[in-house]
Design a protein around this ligand. Sequence first.
Ligand SMILES: Nc1ncnc2c1ncn2[C@@H]1O[C@H](COP(=O)(O)OP(=O)(O)OP(=O)(O)O)[C@@H](O)[C@H]1O
Ligand SMILES: [Mg+2]
Length: 135
Amino acid sequence: MKIIAVISQKGGAGKTTLAINLAVAAALAGSGGVTLVDLDPQASASVWGDNRESSMPRVEAAQANRLQQCLDRARADGGGFTVIDTAPHSETAALAAARFADLILIPCRPAVLDLHAIGTTIDLARLAGTPARWC
Ligand SMILES: Nc1ncnc2c1ncn2[C@@H]1O[C@H](COP(=O)(O)OP(=O)(O)OP(=O)(O)O)[C@@H](O)[C@H]1O
Ligand SMILES: [Mg+2]
């Protein structure tokens, strides 16, 4: 199962928007069972899932210290692709997601302060040893 974590320590960077759209695109592309894991206590992705009529992608709310079990369930259910949406300002959750991910995506607006802010997230990706790309 491929896992992509969407991480930015900056609030409002576009994490949830990117995570939702990636998960829907993967489901439409027939990437097997697609799960969107919501690690953010704000629960924006979960609220989106509640309001969505389609059952794909499946949306699961999780806590950082239960992320492994959540991913194991998705894998056991035949999951092919999982996207993890993370909270801003939560290094514990971001690091947990980074460690389980095959790839980290860091959404970033084309503005000086936003570019400056992605440094923390790049450091976190290095700490986890997971490749990261900003977009
Ligand atoms: N690529 C984009 N272009 C323009 N607006 C965007 C883009 N991505 C997100 N937005 C808008 O930016 C706002 C914040 O987006 P979003 O909620 O996805 O950010 P977030 O990083 O998940 O925020 P938080 O840190 O609070 O979880 C929303 O109003 C969203 O519609
Ligand atoms: Mg969000």
